[in-house]
Design a binder for this molecule. Sequence first.
Ligand code: PEP
Ligand code: MG
Length: 564
Amino acid sequence: MAADAGQHSTFHGIGVSAGIAVGPLVVVTPAPTAPADEAPTTDAAAASVTVHGVLDEVAKGLEARAAVAGDHAKPILEAGAMMARDPGLAMGIDNHLQAGKGLTNAVTAAVEEICTMFESLGGYMAERVTDLRDVRDRAVARLLGQPEPGVPTLTVPSILAAHDLAPAETATLSTDTCLGIITAAGGPTSHTAILASQLGIPAVVQATGILGVAAGTTVAIDGGVGEITVNPTADEVTMLEERKKRRAAALAGGTGKGATKDGYPVALLANIGTADDAQKAAKQAVEGVGLFRTEFLFLDRDTMPTVEEQTATYTAVFEAFGDRRVVVRTLDAGADKPLKFADLGPEENPALGRRGIRLGMIRTDVMDAQLEALAAAYKATGADVRVMAPMIATQAEAMWFAEKVRALGLPKVGIMIEVPAAAIRSKGILYHVDFASLGTNDLQQYTMAADRMQGELADLLNPWEPALLDVVALACEGGAAMGKPVGVCGEAGGDPALALVLTGLGVSSLSMAPGKVPAVRTSLGLHTREQCQQMAAAARAATNAADAKAAVLDMADPVLRDLL
Ligand code: PEP
Ligand code: MG
């Protein structure tokens, strides 16, 4: 039930992207489905008039949004409007109505027929399927008397509430109009959470209460501590504003290289997913890129991009960073990041299946094309390029990958430690490569056997979990024994308190959403390396994640609390 307009309440979710915002709530409606028990059509002519009228309304709505949309969204909305007006679609629906199907089922069946045809044509046409299904969802919602689904155009700066958001939906949000994101589902390391922090939008996930709050209600969100206040009082807004100011003051601590108070260097790097991210991150005070998630370039693509296209993209990214390092991860497709052109078919447990390097070793055509493009971009720019593979579990995989990368003349090769086996045996694995980067998101899900997509398991996915810290420590011991650097590029690295623990455990770089770098830089600068080591020991000695965090906050400079 929706909350009364003036009702005040406070509840918590999991803060996944720090920052504070106050604004009106806009609720994202889920897509409806055609009811199975819908009344059949008896008067096809009258039904046709109704459906055509609805399609016209859908088209007009999309055209109105296109008229005010930015460059990125405009063509997508215009294409949708054209599809809603397509006579072929109208004819297909009429055929189903004449055969007696109910209104929404006729729309659904006709759209699926066209989608099947588009998919068989491949390429550009196949990519239109998403737009067509969007038209279907809007028409079905209207026929059912429901609001149109999906993220609406935000005309005033607002806070978005949804059951969950797909990465593609999150990626199109603008920081000008989207002040914050609150989802009822989702986990702290879901890719939607990662994208939100990449965009610098305060976000809270697992806030189940949000779906009971009416659209238009004023809501305050603190994405750092995961607190949501519905209809905040003037005093609460003032307190949040003060916290925001204290945080801003604490963050104004310079733009230099990352280092502890006593000068122990810890490189502060950016996580990026697209060429656009690269342009934005390059303008920030970061020491380079610690994780370029290349698969994000190819989400929603039906065919593999050509070597030339990839070379152009990688070249642009390398050029943006000049002589700063760029750590590129080869395609990590599969599980929660399915790529249509690298799909090996359904699996019972995709996260434990043929993903990451496993997929790369099967689809060597995809791996080879990507490495060829990376080598060409490296030759064209002479940039500080370091290429690493995801999901390495064995020495054999590391050797296979390192040989390939070196054969192409790429200067540095590394691996991600995301599988506990690789952390436990990091010494042997590091023998074959130049560096390792800890993917704490996956390392956590595999250490705890808790699906990172399963928001309900958020407790097991807390990166303060001492078992995860023990596994990280093992990886660092292997790195120290081999004299090879071990960094962190999972979300844990962007937590200003956990960053101290990771530093104490021995990591040499931390890579995160660029918006998180200032807080981590300030936090490191407030503590010595020895303090970090003491904090790491205290966190590992704790019996659970909450105690580990509490122990570290007790030992830390009080300013750290304002950075969270
Ligand atoms: C990780 O698993 O921590 C990581 C950085 O990779 P991704 O989040 O893209 O799986
Ligand atoms: Mg991973």
